[in-house]
Design a protein around this ligand. Structure first.
Ligand code: ASP
Length: 334
């Protein structure tokens, strides 16, 4: 078993500085100590992004750098590990799952809440757990290992800024849970895949949370200049204050300008059903697109992916109702 590690940054490899934590640990040497006495010793290669980033600095260009590194080492390893900051790890995991849907080897992302040099760090447990997952014949696709859980990458979300169990996949079961032996619950769901994806580029996507009392004027200002797509994080199954005529006018203007309007939910565990309530049926009439049960991370990365492929209009909308890499449960596909 050969493993290639792409080190992208994050707390796991940070050291103290007068301005707070910043990348600086000797990751290659530390990784070597993790392999002492195990059969992987000598079978692990590593490359790192330059510069290493706090993952809050991540853009779609960084997603593409990780993808390029994995593809460049595609023939040299049997499984791939990505060391990543926790803040946007779920976004990157989803982004990788779409662009590497045709990649047949397992890719596992992990990071940690404490840097590797701190007594009591979760770095060792997460890296060795991710290695165990990567080396298992039961895993495929893009997964995220953190705090004893292996999750489908494009179903995961960061749920805690401090707990060692910092991630969850609210709409699907975990893939596995550690223990002696590990418990395996299900496989990463397959999707339709995507052949020869165009590299990720930055796109202007507005993500707006609806809150009680949000005015039409404030809403309109959020869409100036017009974005390429809008993700509305509505209530429950996809409800908005539709009895405010000004509010609906703003959304209508977006549709008239042919800006895709995607409706997600603020609930961590949701199934968006537009038209279930009167408050959501206005969105259905406007031709809004349902995010179904996608996490914000999976939905945002998918929106950027589809825009990077040059999709617009009906074609763009249709792919929100189709699964590229298991990121969405569709009505009728249980
Ligand atoms: N800000 C850090 C990052 O996302 C947090 C972490 O890695 O836990 O890079």
């Amino acid at each position: 078993m050969r493993i290639h590690v792409t080190y992208a940054g994050g707390t796991i490899g940070m050291v103290d500085s007068p301005d707070g934590l910043r990348p600086g640990a000797d990751m290659a040497s530390w990784l070597n100590t993790q392999f002492d006495g195990i059969e992987l010793k000598g079978h692990v290669s590593m490359s790192q992004l330059s510069p290493l980033v706090d993952s809050s600095e991540t853009t779609p260009i960084h997603w593409q750098m990780i993808i390029d590194d994995i593809r460049a080492h595609g023939d040299e390893a049997d499984a791939f590990l990505v060391l990543h900051g926790t803040d946007t790890m779920a976004y990157s995991a989803a982004a990788l799952s779409y662009a590497l849907a045709d990649f047949t080897k397992p890719i596992v992302l992990t990071g940690s809440q404490y840097p590797l040099g701190v007594v009591g760090t979760d770095a060792s447990a997460n890296v060795t757990g991710a290695l165990r997952a990567a080396g298992s014949s039961q895993v495929s696709g893009v997964t995220l290992f953190f705090g004893h859980m292996l999750l489908a990458g494009n179903r995961s979300t960061k749920t805690s800024s401090w707990a060692f169990a910092g991630f969850d996949s609210p709409s699907t079961l975990p893939i596995a849970r550690t223990g002696a032996p590990w418990r395996w619950y299900h496989s990463v769901e397959a999707g339709e895949g995507w052949a020869n994806p165009t590299p990720y580029a930055r796109h202007d996507v507005a993500v707006v949370d609806i809150v009680p009392g949000l005015s039409a004027a404030r809403l309109r200002s959020m869409f100036t200049p017009l974005p390429e797509a809008v993700i509305i994080r509505a209530y429950g199954v996809g409800n908005i204050p539709a009895s405010d005529p000004g509010f609906v006018d703003v959304l209508q203007e977006l549709r008239e300008a042919e800006v895709p309007l995607i409706v997600a939910s603020q609930c961590h565990q949701a199934e968006v059903v537009l038209g279930h309530y009167e408050a959501g049926s206005t969105l259905a009439r406007l031709g809004a697109i349902s995010a179904h049960d996608m996490t914000l991370e999976a939905l945002y990365a998918k929106t950027i992916f589809l825009l990077s492929q040059g999709l617009q209009g009906e074609e763009f909308a249709q792919w929100m109702d189709r699964s590229i890499a298991g990121e969405v449960s569709l009505p009728g596909i249980a």
